[in-house]
Design a protein around this ligand. Sequence first.
Ligand SMILES: Cc1ncc(COP(=O)(O)O)c(C=O)c1O
Length: 372
Amino acid sequence: MRFPRFEMERWQSAWEHEVDCNLAESGIHPVTPGDYLSEQECRQLLDIRLGYPQTNGTLRLRKAISALYPGAGPANVLVTTGTSEANLVASLLTMEPGDDAVLMLPNYMQIWGLVRALGGNVQAFPLLEDRHWAPDLEQLERVTTSRTRLIAVCNPNNPTGAVLSAEEMAAIVQMAEKSGAWLLSDEVYRGAELDGTLTPSFWSLYDKVLVTCGLSKAFALPGLRVGWILAASEQIERAWSYRDYTTIAISPASDFLASQALQPEKRQVLFERNRKILKLNLAILEDWVKKHAEIFALIRPKAGAIAYLRYDLDIPSETLAERLRQEAGLLLVPGTHFQMGNFLRIGFGCESEQLRDGLGRFDRFLQGLARA
Ligand SMILES: Cc1ncc(COP(=O)(O)O)c(C=O)c1O
């Protein structure tokens, strides 16, 4: 099995801790345990014995996760090491060599790489910029056949921040039903909506749905490495056996911290804290884009901490990102990492000062370009 290079993750892993200003991050400025635990809960944390916990996730954690989805129970949940392991296990569960998978593009490219590593063929259906990143459902219909084993979506979407409408979701489900394909919905940005309207989940819309999610984005807790798969209980049983080979279990400290963060009142506090950061920083970013309207165009993201900027410069995005890194100490993600042309993904979930610093660096870089 050969994994194609995961361009964006390699780029981030190599440089995110080396550059002066990292705006390649797709999450929100992380919280600390002290931000959301009471003193008594902090003491409980210190007393946790660091053995192996229940490997599919404690009942406490699986109950807290299933409570996010009407009609789901703990038997519908497998806890994983981040959403990335959830996507890995879901791909292993569904794909066989030679199978076709249909993916939304642009997208977080993990499933694209996994399908190829597993010997599958990838077909794509685009999100259309001129329709505010609505999915091209006609193309989805054209590429979905009886050989399609998996349709994979990312909703809310990375990198555009677009959210599917109820009609678009129903059309995607219909397409999966017609072909008998699995529907894998990565919903890790659910809960990070700028207007506070929770994105509907694909859960319960189809019996062959696998929802993947985790605490890394909307909860601002990526360091916990807590994710999950939500599916029919028979599929969860099968998925659990893959985990015996991957990472076995998460840390009991993460299990405890995640269970706390998912409590309704704490979840509310975390979502509100995060939304405040997103709204404040998106306004800063949009102001900056307005000042550079001759170069940049942005379709306002509806959810998440990332904006996907189209730019009008005669520089390929990989070269531009590399030059920004080297000449301005600024890390952004080039559009090529999403198989697209003149785009840059910019993260705005950081502290406002850091965002302002990064935009200032970009300004000075642009002034240098104009002089040259
Ligand atoms: C859509 C999507 N899925 C999964 C992941 C990985 O998430 P985690 O940190 O929970 O493994 C990311 C990270 O950027 C992502 O954007």
